[in-house]
Ligand binder design. Structure first.
Ligand SMILES: *[C@@H]1O[C@H](CO)[C@@H](O)[C@H](O)[C@H]1NC(C)=O
Length: 343
């Protein structure tokens, strides 16, 4: 299990340029800097929602909207095995209950029973309450073990653009908000196949999650406020694209060399710790209702347990973000609602 190439993937590397940059990122600057921002049409294709996806005149920014007819979304042309994926996103403002914006990687359309997934999900809220962010990881169909974490933010994500990024290597996944790493998922032996290890495409979507994002339909999407518009710019796809035809396997060894990012720096570790102390409101590791025994990778801190206990029990969405023709998603998990307390 694990290891490179165990799936017999044939890789074609297009990440020759500067993953070096990560090594140089000993300052706390965002890793995005210097990475190429490509035109939308060069990297992505509309996924669903037709006219609710609009490409701006610069060819690089898009907006996705949700109205009573449909949500919308886009997807990367290529499949990637590892890399750095990023977007600057400005979320819809005002009343957004029931609305979910997702920025994520998945191969659920290729692997129905053993897909991988790495998620950023933005959960809308009632007026006057902030958006919430949720992160999650699935590997090889580990949908019975959700690894959700949930956080507030230190800014209003509907007021301006902020950068949300996923760094995925064969040993770790790091989620960033601007220059702050907010979560690091280290690949451990005990996680086994639960660590994402097959190529995925990148998605961005907006959709109506009234069915699960509210408590018993109490806070459904209110189309009086539609359209809900999420704006995306500074799209970075800096990964190892998998070419299913070329059958060239190079990427992992390139990534496995000195070009591999060394992970978060000391400065960033401090930032991450502070962020999590202040803003994390839920972690699956402390959800004793779901897990009598925390999943094996969890490192339990009693202080953290104590702190998270202050928040009411929070359940979470179950990934019904997958609108669009290319997804046939089985439901996952059993807890599908955000309780009113999460507002
Ligand atoms: C992934 O799942 C498949 C079937 O569900 C299994 O055969 C395979 O060994 C798993 N891979 C890993 C890395 O656990």
């Amino acid at each position: 299990m694990g290891g490179r190439g165990h799936m017999g993937w044939f890789l074609f590397c297009c990440c020759s340029s500067s993953l070096l940059f990560f090594v140089a990122s000993s300052s706390s600057v965002s890793p995005r800097r210097n990475l190429p921002i490509i035109a939308f049409e060069d990297g992505y294709t509309p996924l669903f929602g037709d006219h609710n996806l609009a490409i701006h005149r610069d060819g690089k920014s898009v907006h996705l909207s949700l109205d009573e007819r449909t949500g919308s979304g886009f997807v990367s042309h290529d499949l990637y095995l590892h890399g750095y994926f990023s977007a600057s996103i400005k979320l819809p403002a005002d009343y957004t209950a029931g609305v979910v914006v997702a920025f994520y990687m998945s191969n659920g359309d290729m692997f129905q029973n053993n897909h991988d997934e790495i998620d950023f999900e933005f959960l809308g809220n009632i007026r006057g309450k902030d958006w919430r962010i949720q992160t999650n990881v699935y590997g090889n169909g580990s949908t019975s073990i959700g690894r959700e974490e949930r956080y507030g933010l230190w800014f209003d994500p509907a007021e301006d653009f902020h950068q949300y990024s996923i760094l995925w290597t064969d040993s770790k996944i790091i989620f960033y908000v601007d220059d702050v790493p907010i979560r690091e998922v280290k690949r451990t032996e005990s996680m086994g196949g639960d660590f994402p290890s097959k190529p995925m495409t990148l998605y961005a979507t907006i959709w109506d999650a009234s069915d699960w994002a509210t408590n018993g339909g109490k806070y459904r999407v209110n189309y009086k406020y539609a359209p809900y518009v999420a704006e995306f710019s500074d799209l970075v796809l800096h990964g190892c694209a998998v070419d299913p035809i070329e059958h060239v396997a190079k990427c992992d060894s390139a990534l496995g060399s000195e070009e591999v990012p060394s992970g978060v720096t000391q400065v960033q570790i401090t930032k991450m710790r502070n962020f999590r102390l202040r803003h994390m409101t839920y972690s699956y590791c402390y959800d004793t209702v779901r897990y009598k025994v925390p999943p094996p990778e969890c490192v339990i801190s009693h202080q953290e347990a104590e702190r998270l206990r202050k928040f009411d029990p929070i359940t979470f969405g179950n990934g019904r973000r997958h609108r669009g023709k290319r997804h046939h998603h089985s439901s996952r998990g059993s807890q599908e609602e955000i309780t009113a307390s999460s507002f």
